[in-house]
Design a protein around this ligand. Sequence first.
Ligand code: ZN
Length: 485
Amino acid sequence: MERVLIDGVPVFWARGPEPLTAALLFGCGGRDETFRTIGITHLVEHLTMGSLPRVHHDRNASVDLDVTIFTATGRPDQVVTFLDGVCRTLADLPTDRIDKEAGVLTAEGGNYTDPTSAALYSQRLGVQGAGLAPWAGPGYDRLSAEQVRAHAARFFVAGNAALVLTGPPPADLRLPLPPGPRPEHLLPEPMPTAGPVWFEHVVAEVGVSLLGTGGPVWAQGMEVLSERLEQIARHTHGLSYEVGGDVVPLDRDRRIFTLTVDAREGQEAEVAGLLWTELRRMADEGPTGAELADRCEAARELADDPRAVEPELLDAAVRELFGMAYQDPATRLAQRSRVTPEEVRAAFREALSTAQLVVPCGVAPDLPGLAEGGCRRDRQEPTGRVFRPPLLAKVLTKDARGLRLILTDDGVALRDPDGDVHRIRFSEVVGVEEDGAGRTVFGLHGCQVPVDPELFKGAEAAVRAVDAAVPAALRYRRSELVNLD
Ligand SMILES: [Zn+2]
């Protein structure tokens, strides 16, 4: 692997299968957004790709939680033209096309990660960083030209870019990006928890997340766990078809790992039970030596595949963008082969208390040792001005009778029909949606509180208090695009 600099951008290249493939990466993804700007990275990508002239060679772009990638495959001159066009467009985005792309993106409904991992990240981090992943936010039509330009100016700059090439850089290759430093990323700490939890969410699969670290012990451990679940769930019980997963960095060393298992309808509780059982078994007994050797063998085969050139270059580029050390495949394989069953057992034993398990809504799993999680709520009503549903609503629906909106000195709270109290302090508000006379307040810990005179008699006073307390930058009118959920 070679590393050179072109126009200040690190370029990683090695000879891979023809034709030439280029991937221009930026250290910017969904976790760099805020609730107010959810989708803005995807919008930058669409504005860029949508303004390039039509061509016949392969090209593509993608955004995940960490990284945005623009790729092209073709003749060297085609790749040079593509990269030049991407860089020039990012330097001066056609923001007059936001309206058009907003509609396209709403219809596309793209995600930065799978929905199950998204729910798990939000449970752990709240509505920030990777925890934004399951949220729709205000909508693409609520992103302004100023916000788009500011996002691009901060993240889509030479100092935050890296290029990967599966052949030597063409002599006339230029990367005319705006200059700019590598940005600081907001790295939220996980919400404090007392122990392992399970929670319901609008997901189709069962999943679990764990706090671990980068490096060979966790790589080996998560792969063994994944293999075991696939064997047990699919072959033994015939309950499940696919085991997936994701990982996001918390900082240079720590990672959030997710593992997802799809389940046939009606079998979700049983699959959740299997997942929890196997996780505890890893913490109690660890993997066998044979299982670890099998994972080394799989990693070796992957590294020997000629198609591995591009993923290897991408790994080096991503690590450079996030200040993480890169190791070549031989070093990584050697490290993997030294991992012992006891090291993996100890790592999982320590992480077991951080387990968070998600099941689809309405599923009631039997999970010994797990408390119920979800948004942050308690049973205690705070002191403040109380608003109740209008009399007619109370007559018509049983649910309305227990419902209360409470305006406190420092925020709002909702007592739901189950008696749970969802409290959002004004300092924890991530967004306020305005819909006519009503407001919906979104909180950092996953709660939503409707502050709406149609739902609560006399709530106009609470609306005024919310509008006065929450900065204008966090308030927005409800999207006019189709239902974003
Ligand atoms: Zn809540």
